[in-house]
Design a protein. Structure first.
Length: 453
């Protein structure tokens, strides 16, 4: 690879990725409740009627949305695909459990024109225009972020053990799920299967005069927008309620649906609890409150939804990692090594259990001194200061590529005796006098003789 103009770096650069996961118990599932961190009280905030996404679902069961898995999702066992008809399987349309924080920000206004079915049952007079205009309907933008996190041990190159925070510090992207004229599809819109991991979707369903007491089932179809078709009036935004028509005779409220990580949630200002007369928006009917909220959300308000089960901490698909590769050898830059430069030298594994299953006998033990300078003296001592082994590391005279940056110790002393279980001390020193001390432990177990069967 060309690192600098007219110069080339020959060799291999190895990158390793370490990450930890935190396993949460139980099936992946949304919490039925949510929290208002800041903002008005009294709204319905919780799960929708569509609890979670499924794969291997043909739409013939109680879950209405035909859905098959993407090619990269492996079935539980060969042949499952042909056996799974009508038996939905909870799937990973998610990246593990989460605390999804929704922050509202300034949006704008728009005029909304929609049509309602009319009837005297809901107070409509003869000759009333079924097409109604609601001017300056205010909407808010939303940012969604998973704020769940945990701490994991983080060992630094110098051996120091710190803590690292495992989190997803970025906003999810807005994804507008394509609408459809199919009734079964609209019943669950925005369909949680269609929302990619790391994205969210939102839809707003309108209803009029929802606080006028017309709660009986035959009346609902006269209150739902777009002639109770079940189609949303807005996408990708949070639409605020208590809007008045141009005639001053009707109000327009909204049921807002949010889909994220394979789950759906509902924000219902007036407890209408439905997308339309036929399509619910909550898991089951809930008694309306004795008093309704007096204000809707505003910029700066925050709410949180919760999802449990699964593993937290997996990297997202498409994650990018950047490595800054630069010259680290002071000798090649006409400089001398310092003690700080040698802080990267490590002894691995540490502690070293000689009788582990990776070797055939304890006499095959190997210990590695890594990230060595091009030339160095390695002196290995007992805890009492007795010299066990001394080795002159010099890459300029070695033809063995395995010695580049590394010394492999066979656990034998200078007089060819194997070391016993103990703590040892190594001093790595360069010709210029820079040095570093590394302590390590060797545990020698009993010999194990493999048998042939």
């Amino acid at each position: 690879a060309s690192c600098f103009a007219g110069k080339y770096a020959l060799g291999t650069v190895g990158l390793s990725f370490d990450y930890s996961i935190e396993q949460w118990g139980g099936k992946y599932r949304p919490d039925t409740t949510a929290d208002v961190i800041s903002g008005p009280s009294g709204l319905y905030i919780g799960t929708s009627n569509i609890v979670e996404a499924f794969v291997y679902n043909d739409g013939t069961g109680t879950y209405p949305i035909p859905n098959r898995p993407p090619a990269y999702i492996d079935p539980p066992f060969p042949g499952w695909d042909s056996l799974a008809t009508g038996f939905p399987w909870p799937a990973s349309y998610n990246n593990g459990p989460g605390i999804y924080e929704v922050t509202f920000s300034e949006g704008g206004t728009e005029d909304i024109t929609t049509t309602f079915l009319l009837d005297s049952l809901v107070g409509d007079e003869v000759g009333k225009d079924s097409t109604m205009v609601f001017p300056n309907v205010r909407y808010l933008n939303m940012s969604v972020r998973n704020v769940a996190e945990f701490k994991r041990p983080d060992q630094r190159p110098d051996g120091t053990l710190l803590e690292a925070t495992v989190s997803y510090p970025f906003d999810y992207s807005l994804y507008n799920v394509p609408t459809s004229s199919e009734a079964l599809v609209m019943k669950a819109y925005p369909n949680p299967e269609a929302v990619p991991i790391g994205s969210f979707a939102a839809a707003a369903y309108g209803n009029r005069n929802s606080r006028a007491g017309y709660t009986a089932s035959p009346m609902r179809r006269f209150l739902s927008a777009d002639k109770s078709s079940g189609k949303p009036l807005g996408l990708g935004r949070y639409y605020t309620s208590r809007n008045v028509s141009t005639t001053g005779k009707d109000t327009l409220d909204f049921v807002n649906i949010l889909a994220v990580s394979g789950c759906q949630f509902t924000i219902d200002f007036s407890w209408f609890q439905r997308r339309s007369a036929s399509y619910p928006a909550t898991p089951k009917p809930t008694l309306r409150p004795t008093s309704y909220p007096t204000e809707d959300f505003k910029p700066g308000d925050k709410i949180r939804f919760y999802v449990y089960g699964g593993a937290l901490g997996y990297p997202f698909d498409g994650v990018k990692a950047y490595a800054n590769v630069k010259q680290y050898d002071p000798e090649l830059m006409s400089k001398e090594y310092s003690d700080d430069d040698l802080s990267q030298v490590q002894v691995v594994p540490n502690p070293y259990y000689v009788s582990h299953e990776g070797i055939r006998s304890p006499f095959e033990g190997r210990l590695y001194f890594t990230r060595l300078p091009r030339r160095a003296t390695i002196s290995i001592y007992t805890a009492n200061g007795d010299l066990i082994r001394k080795y002159e590391h010099d890459e300029s005279t070695s033809q063995d590529p395995s010695t580049f940056g590394t010394y492999v110790w066979d656990l034998l002393s200078a007089n060819k005796q194997r070391v016993a279980s103990q703590m040892l001390v190594a001093k790595i020193e360069t010709p210029s006098g820079a040095s570093v001390i590394r302590k390590f432990t060797v545990v020698v177990g009993p010999a194990r003789i493999p048998t042939e069967e």
